[in-house]
Design a protein around this ligand. Structure first.
Ligand SMILES: Nc1ncnc2c1ncn2[C@@H]1O[C@H](COP(=O)(O)OP(=O)(O)OP(=O)(O)O)[C@@H](O)[C@H]1O
Ligand SMILES: [Mg+2]
Length: 372
């Protein structure tokens, strides 16, 4: 029997623990063709939720656009076009439209055997090819006219890393506004960036979508789900041990499953899981990830490192307090703030309201436990 825990990937079927209320709300907004913005921190289950709900809507096909790491408008176009590839199939007339869309910024070729289109961004000089982006709207309308679609942008905040992000957002918003019958869903894990797109009155997307938050604690029967996985391979785990395990990694589902998977690997059928096994699982995670942690430490400044250590020990509620400054060995509140902003920019930490937290809770535990 293989390890039943899944992490770092979309989960479905047996691996998916239901979130009935959230699923219902998302489904009903999309079914009514309302646009939705989905907030949630890293590894909380946004992408899985999207596929679960938007990927299974009656009468609508999913156009799933992943914007993770895009650097240019060409990247954005290429991702948007890739997303419709699976829906085009051998429909030649649509292939023609795709070709038209991509005339300026993207090169397209068709697989001679399957007829499937393949996109490659080509160099396009400034300024923004607004026309190409506008044609995306045309493409979605065309698709939707044949069979209704739901369009999802995942990691939408990465639009902000484009040099022409303001213009790109304005054009996209303009197109989306014209497509009232198509529900759009925007998902993102960098809260402040998403807020600046959807909640700032200077942004073209201001108040353009209903907000839904994906939280760590909105599952139905999360503990039973985890206990069931342990039991499926003959391991037993008590409620207290499990609660302790969940709390150690701040309860984020992806991180919880990662630790559970390591605990599973270190135990055998018939064994009771207790504190020692959880500790051994944690060591296993450290062994696997240590190189990554060391790389983070090697690429931050000395002051950022000190602030990171203080954050690991004291938490991020008051990073400008006397205690925090003393622990971080920085002289001024402004230096602490500046270091934290640098770490946030590198996504080593993120801001949850006014509280700073580690993006990877295992890095925090490692810093504390190893006394780094
Ligand atoms: N419904 C669920 N049931 C069980 N585990 C889940 C569920 N949703 C998420 N997880 C856990 O979290 C991990 C990450 O899920 P997913 O990729 O959907 O999250 P995400 O919020 O999109 O993450 P990222 O910020 O990395 O894009 C999964 O591999 C799994 O371990
Ligand atoms: Mg995701």
């Amino acid at each position: 029997m293989g390890n039943p825990f899944r992490y770092g990937q979309i989960v479905d079927g047996e691996g998916y623990c239901p979130r009935p209320q959230l699923e219902k709300r998302l489904r009903s907004h999309l079914a009514d063709a309302r646009n939705v913005v989905l907030y949630g921190e890293r590894r909380v289950g946004k992408t899985s939720l999207i596929h679960r709900v938007a990927g299974r809507m009656r009468g609508r096909r999913l156009v799933y656009v992943d914007l993770l790491g895009i650097k240019s408008v060409e990247d954005l176009l290429a991702r948007a076009l890739q997303a419709v590839e699976p829906l085009v199939g051998s429909d030649r007339s649509l292939s023609g439209l795709l070709k038209a869309v991509s005339r300026l910024g993207i090169s397209v070729s068709f697989n001679p055997v399957t007829g499937a289109p393949n996109f490659r961004p080509t160099y396009t000089p400034e300024p923004l090819r607004a026309d190409n982006l506008r044609q995306l709207g045309e493409l979605w309308r065309e698709l939707d006219g044949r069979r209704p679609v739901v369009v999802v942008f995942d990691e939408f905040q990465d639009v902000l890393s484009l040099a022409e992000s303001d213009a790109a957002l304005a054009v996209l918003r303009g197109e989306i506004q014209k497509l009232g019958s198509i529900p759009f869903c925007f998902s993102g894990s960098v809260r402040n960036d998403m807020l600046s797109i959807f909640s700032s009155d200077r942004s073209p997307f201001f108040k353009s979508a209903v907000a839904l938050e994906v939280r760590r604690d909105d599952f139905k029967g999360w503990e039973d789900f985890l206990v069931g996985k342990f039991e499926s391979g003959g391991r037993r785990i008590g409620a207290d041990t499990l609660a302790d395990l969940v709390a150690r990694v701040d309860g984020s589902p992806g991180d919880v499953q990662q630790l559970c998977a390591a605990v599973w690997d270190g135990t055998r059928r018939g064994q009771q899981v207790g504190g020692d096994q959880v500790a051994a699982g944690l060591e296993e995670v450290f062994r696997n990830e240590r190189k990554g942690y060391e790389q983070v430490l090697a690429t931050v400044t000395g002051q950022q490192l000190n602030v990171l250590r203080a954050l690991a020990r004291l938490g991020g509620e008051s990073i400008q307090s006397k205690d925090f400054l003393r622990e971080a060995r920085v002289p001024h509140a402004s230096s602490s703030k500046a270091a934290m902003l640098g770490l946030e920019k590198r996504r080593v930490v993120f801001r949850d309201g006014e509280v700073y937290r580690f993006s990877n809770p295992f890095l925090r535990l490692w810093l504390v436990e190893k006394g780094v």
